[in-house]
Design a protein. Sequence first.
Length: 288
Amino acid sequence: MAHGPMKSHEMKTRKDDREKMRKEDNKQEEKKRRIIVIGDSHARGCAAEIKSNLDENFDVQGFVKPGAGLSAIITTTEKDIQHLSKQDVVVVWGGSRDVGKNETKQGINRIKNFVETNKCINIILMEVPHRHDLIQYSCVNKDVEKYNSKIKKHMKGHENAEVMKVNLERGTFTKHGQHMNAMGKELMAKRITETIKHTLKMCKKTLIVMKWKEDASRDKQDPREATPGIREERDPNENQKDNAQTEEGDNRQQETETVGTVSRRNQRTPVTRREDFLWADTSKRQAR
């Protein structure tokens, strides 16, 4: 009969230990920064390359839909993205199908709504790559350039979004020319990891130490006023020097005032009124 309660106690302790282990594992997973890569065929294998370039503190996942448009790419991962925070990053690589079917306006509007609804998440938008399977000056490549320029203009006002260029040479694409080869994907994965690290460093909050109101008021006051009842003693020589300087300044001011009152015009000699022509006429009249 004694073995029964002992076994039940051991079972409880084991359950408690398991729950503690699960909580610790969940805490470790929460500490990890999540990076989600969503896109069309251009994003294939991108998540694995990014994961190899990052530390263990990052949890990288990839969701790829070849040949899908931006609306289908974004809607498939809405549930997973809702639980992300400012310490996480979402990489969106799509738009080739939208440009190829003259649906650029719809694709741009879908991206704008996605960025505005997820302001608490860091978003990296990849440009649509140039299609080397077509002529350089084809209508599709012109639409690609217009699409990329419009995305940059629309994303200027959004701090949580960043547009990344995909300017690769012809040697980084396959023989067909539409998709990238292994070398091109490695290069782009390295660039994406650099931008991820840069964005996460910028998101780190720096603590600003603010002073209390009393401390600020004390700093503004003079040190003499801050310590009432205590006066600084000065040497008598310093007082004499100050008095002499003040007297010299007063004398200079008086000299300038006197100089300012003296006029610089040439003074004329005084003339008697008899020599004036009016008086001369009266004397002649009297003589007559």
